[in-house]
Write a protein that binds this ligand. Structure first.
Ligand code: ATP
Length: 131
């Protein structure tokens, strides 16, 4: 079966580089499935889960923003952060969720609601994927 070389890179360094049968992710305008031979494209990613399918070793990652780049011989995911379920610190994510929720409840002008909403999305995405 044909495979595609997938690299996942964050500002902290490379997260993984391996051959996969399929990449499933959530771009900002919808779900996207990339098989070997997919046409070249670039798409912004949502705060979401990326699934990398392999016969016997599939991988799931919690990604925070960034881009998916498809080239003829390679798929690159450049994300602000990308964690496998086992690397997610559940307590940290729960605390981040609580902080964001408290900020959103406050009707104060000095609270940046957009920033709190994004922090809440990141925390909920991590909690979903850590399960
Ligand atoms: P926090 O408020 O807890 O820092 P955050 O959503 O603001 O959460 P990010 O800016 O998304 O954090 O990530 C900063 C770095 O910390 C990244 O390297 C990311 O992988 C890591 N990170 C953040 N939260 C977790 C977590 N719950 N478990 C493991 N790594 C995490």
């Amino acid at each position: 079966m044909k495979t595609v070389d997938v690299s996942v890179v964050t500002p902290d360094g490379p997260v993984l580089d391996d051959q996969f049968d399929m990449v499933s992710c959530k771009a900002e305008n919808g779900e996207l499935g990339v098989l070997p031979g997919h046409i070249p494209m670039v798409a912004p990613l949502s705060i979401s889960s990326v699934r990398l399918k392999q016969d016997d070793n599939s991988v799931q990652l919690a990604v925070n923003g960034g881009f998916l780049e498809v080239r003829p011989d390679k798929v690159t995911i450049l994300a602000q952060s990308a964690e496998e379920p086992g690397k997610i610190d559940v307590q940290r994510a729960q605390e981040a969720k609580k902080r964001a929720e408290q900020r959103l409840e406050q009707q104060q002008e000095n609270v940046d609601h957009q920033r709190a909403e994004l922090a809440l999305k990141r925390a909920m995405n991590r909690l979903d994927i850590a399960q």
